[in-house]
Write a protein that binds this ligand. Structure first.
Ligand code: SIN
Length: 311
């Protein structure tokens, strides 16, 4: 028997594969579709204080090996997700994960406080969205990250983690890890989409999406290697004290296996869920189990983080 269960922030998950916040998780109907799938948790859309329409359409496009989006955080406002968490918790036996992306420090505090009285199992703080027009990617501003994490740590009574934008420079990995280690952060999720890509249709000579002159976050297979490097580096820097969740280009059991080998305790599926539908969760889980059987690994800790070196 192969066991692919895991824990994130000490919360038990029956499998290490669940949905990423973002794709098709805005409405209760969408969340119930995830609840009925093999996703081991139900992650809700990043929410803000007020409901948001998001950016003008078209704002998402499938690409051959992934996606580009500049959704702009369309969501129903945090009160809806507090209520959805109660309904989902009653109806389904699965952890429910809130994702919070307040526009200001005060908004974030209010939203975190509201979820304290909800049944969500843990919270993913998302200061890494590249798509909010007029706002920088907060995860690249270490002083602002520090200020936000300090405030959120005070306000939040639930276990929480941070979804990070991708980092590309050794110095930045170390700087952000230093800030995170100051606070009771239980996990990091690596990575949000690679911000501000531009996809051009040569036929129409136009960008594929409308917001920001066509610039949006790139997801899917294009970002897998950057995501793996981020998982690996944070796994090493946190030394097992903070869980790492991997996300970016996971379409198969092999992808999930590689992320766990790099140090991930769980993986999330984003673009592939939109493109392949809810069967993707069972597919990735079954393929991962088959790889483990062949390699004679019985549980994730048999190989998690144990990436070998080239001698
Ligand atoms: C969006 O709604 O723009 C995507 C959210 C994110 O990139 O974090």
């Amino acid at each position: 028997m192969v066991d692919i269960s895991t824990t994130i922030a000490s919360v038990k998950l029956d499998s290490c594969v669940f949905n990423a916040s973002g794709p098709a998780d805005v409405t209760l109907a969408e969340l119930e579709k995830i609840a009925r799938s093999k996703s081991s948790a139900i992650t809700m859309k990043s929410c803000t204080l007020e409901a948001r329409e998001g950016n003008p359409e078209p704002r998402y496009a499938d690409l051959i090996d992934g996606s580009i989006n500049s959704m702009g955080l369309p969501n129903l406002g945090y009160k809806a997700y507090v209520e959805f968490s109660q309904l989902l918790n009653k109806k389904y036996k699965k952890p429910v994960v809130a994702s919070i992306s307040g526009m200001t420090l005060e908004d974030n505090i209010r939203i975190f406080e509201a979820f304290n009285d909800s049944p969500v199992d843990f919270i993913e703080f998302n200061p890494g969205s590249p798509n909010t027009i007029g706002k920088p990617i907060v995860g690249y501003d270490m002083q602002l990250m520090d200020k936000l994490l300090k405030a959120v740590s005070k306000a939040c009574k639930k276990p929480f983690g941070v979804k990070l934008p991708p980092y590309f420079d050794v110095v930045h990995f170390e700087e952000v890890a230093k800030v995170i280690k100051k606070y009771p952060v239980k996990f990091v999720t690596c990575i949000n989409s690679i911000g501000n890509g531009l996809v051009i249709d040569p036929k129409t000579e136009k960008p594929l999406i409308k917001p920001k002159g066509g610039m949006g976050g790139i997801g899917g297979k294009y970002i897998k290697y950057t995501a793996l490097a981020n998982v690996r580096r944070f796994y090493e820097l946190f030394n097992g004290k903070i869980d790492v969740i991997g996300v970016g280009g996971i379409y198969s059991g092999v992808d999930a296996f590689e992320f766990i080998l790099a140090g991930a305790s769980a993986v999330q599926i984003g673009t592939a869920y939109l493109q392949k539908g809810p069967t993707i969760f069972a597919k990735v889980q079954n393929e991962l189990k088959n790889i483990m059987k062949k390699k004679n690994y019985k549980k994730l800790s048999d190989f998690r983080g144990k990436l070998k070196t080239l001698d």
